[in-house]
Design a protein around this ligand. Structure first.
Ligand SMILES: NC(=O)c1ccc[n+]([C@@H]2O[C@H](COP(=O)([O-])OP(=O)(O)OC[C@H]3O[C@@H](n4cnc5c(N)ncnc54)[C@H](O)[C@@H]3O)[C@@H](O)[C@H]2O)c1
Length: 441
């Protein structure tokens, strides 16, 4: 370790290293809170002016961060929200937490990583550690970020340090939080790994790997694993439906096996900022090696059929009551992509609402966590607002489609007053009365 690396390590040990996080969204804000609580001063760099103002006022816009907690950290100047990249001049550690979406053709769009890397390069100085936290395809750190930073003349592992540490947090999961999920860290050189490891050891158990490439592969593998297993259980669900088997009963029995089987449940499709996206990053990169990742294609195909299957089930259920989908009044219950959270990015509820609407139904939704939902202009829907869920609303419907199994919904009441319930999550499993109204996947 040279003197530059040694000096940075000492600052990390003393928590006197200044941290700048670029992109203060779900990941950036929760990480800022964790690091500032551990004793670091954190600049939160954002390009969304509204978010900066909210941080400056100490108001949280992420459900995993309380306003009480944020406001006291802001008051103590442990978290400072800004849009001014000049702060990078004084930052010892820069963490990139910007979005990594897919293009309309399902190809990686790392344009934001590229643009913030250009900005970092403009302020790069000796003794800085740059960490990529955003999820991306294996190779991004060394093939995209590193050359851009080395154009400055500074050398990696000597003058500055570069590492990837994927974000593994699972919002809404009360058993596994940032404090007990190990952090995987891989640097562009072994010194980079060591310094990034020392930094994250201030807040987590760290699993060092031999390179940034391995760390990047860890993340996309983890999410591909989830996507593929969800695809498998969804495919079995489609088969069970055809064979007249209750898939939920079958799974409950299957999951009594104490080993060799992890619990994955069927659903209306996949959602969120990770599972529907990250495997496509991997598959795209694999093409460079003439390697089609067939599991990703297959699982993606099955999972994207699920919203259509939900619509078929709804149409059949309405038919059985002599009601066509056209002009049916349907309430979608839950739009978040998973239970008890307020995030509807890539949620299959959006597709289901669009399909119901294009089939002529009159669609409303209820989600206490999400006051309004903005639709793509192509759907013709524009914006919908969450309606109240009361007896009057329920009685005046033709069907309820449960898309998100939020725990705080009174499912007994839903089943009591709604005429039919298409339950895509088995959210009504504890409802004892009027079960004949419930149609499971
Ligand atoms: N949300 C999750 O559960 C989760 C979990 C693991 C990994 N990730 C990964 O973490 C990364 C960030 O995800 P997120 O959920 O926090 O996204 P997000 O959209 O909630 O937050 C990203 C933030 O970056 C800001 N931003 C965009 N461009 C910017 C720029 N040029 N300069 C400064 N700020 C900019 C946005 O305004 C936004 O506030 C993604 O790569 C994602 O795949 C997310």
């Amino acid at each position: 370790m040279n003197s530059i690396a040694y000096e940075l390590s000492t600052k990390i040990e003393k928590k006197s290293a200044n941290v700048a996080i670029i992109g203060i969204g779900y990941i950036g804000l929760t990480l800022a809170v964790q690091l500032s609580k551990a004793g670091f001063t954190v600049w939160g760099l954002e390009d969304d002016q509204k978010r900066i103002e909210m941080i400056q006022l100490g108001i949280s816009y992420i459900e995993d961060v309380s306003t009480d907690e944020l406001s006291s950290l802001v008051r103590e100047k442990r978290i400072i929200g800004t849009s001014d990249f000049q702060v990078l001049k004084d930052a010892d550690i820069v963490i990139i937490c910007v979005p990594t979406p897919l293009s309309i053709n399902k190809e990686p769009d790392i344009s934001i990583i590229r643009s913030v890397t250009e900005k970092i390069a403009g302020f790069l100085h000796s003794g800085q550690l740059i960490i990529l936290e955003s999820t991306t395809y294996p190779g991004t750190t060394d093939e995209v970020i590193l050359p851009c930073l080395e154009k400055t003349g500074f050398r990696v592992g000597v003058d500055f340090f570069l590492a990837h540490s994927p974000e593994r947090v699972d919002f809404g999961n009360i058993n596994y939080t940032r404090s007990n999920v190990p952090k995987v860290v891989g640097g562009s050189t072994s010194v980079c790994t060591k310094i990034a490891q020392a930094f994250f050891e201030s807040v987590a158990i760290v699993v060092p790997v031999s390179s940034a490439l391995v760390a990047e592969m860890v993340k996309v593998y983890e999410n591909t694993y989830r996507m593929v297993n969800i695809g498998l259980v969804n495919e079995i669900t489609l088969l069970c439906d055809r064979m007249g088997i209750n898939v939920w009963e079958m799974l409950e029995a299957a999951f009594t096996k104490p080993y060799g089987l992890q619990e994955f449940y069927p659903g209306p499709g996949i959602g969120g900022h990770c599972i529907p996206i990250d495997p496509h990053y991997l598959a795209w990169k694999a093409k460079e090696y003439d390697f089609p990742v067939k599991f990703v294609e297959l699982a993606s195909d099955v999972n994207s059929r699920m919203p259509y299957f939900v619509i078929d089930k709804t149409i059949k259920a309405l038919n059985n009551r002599g009601k066509p989908l056209r002009d049916a009044r349907v309430l979608v219950l839950g739009v978040a992509y998973k239970k008890n959270i307020a995030d509807y990015r890539e949620s299959s509820s959006l597709k289901i609402i669009e399909l119901l609407y294009s089939g002529g139904a009159s669609v409303i939704y209820h989600d206490p966590n999400i006051a309004s939902v903005q639709f793509d202009y192509r759907s013709g829907l524009n914006k919908l607002y969450s309606v109240e869920l009361n007896e009057n609303v329920l009685e005046n419907l033709d069907a309820v489609v449960i898309v998100t199994d939020h725990s705080f919904i009174d499912y007994d009441n839903v089943v009591k007053y709604a005429p039919i319930i298409i339950d895509t999550r088995n959210a009504t499993k504890n409802v004892m009365e009027n079960r004949e109204k419930i149609i499971l996947l």
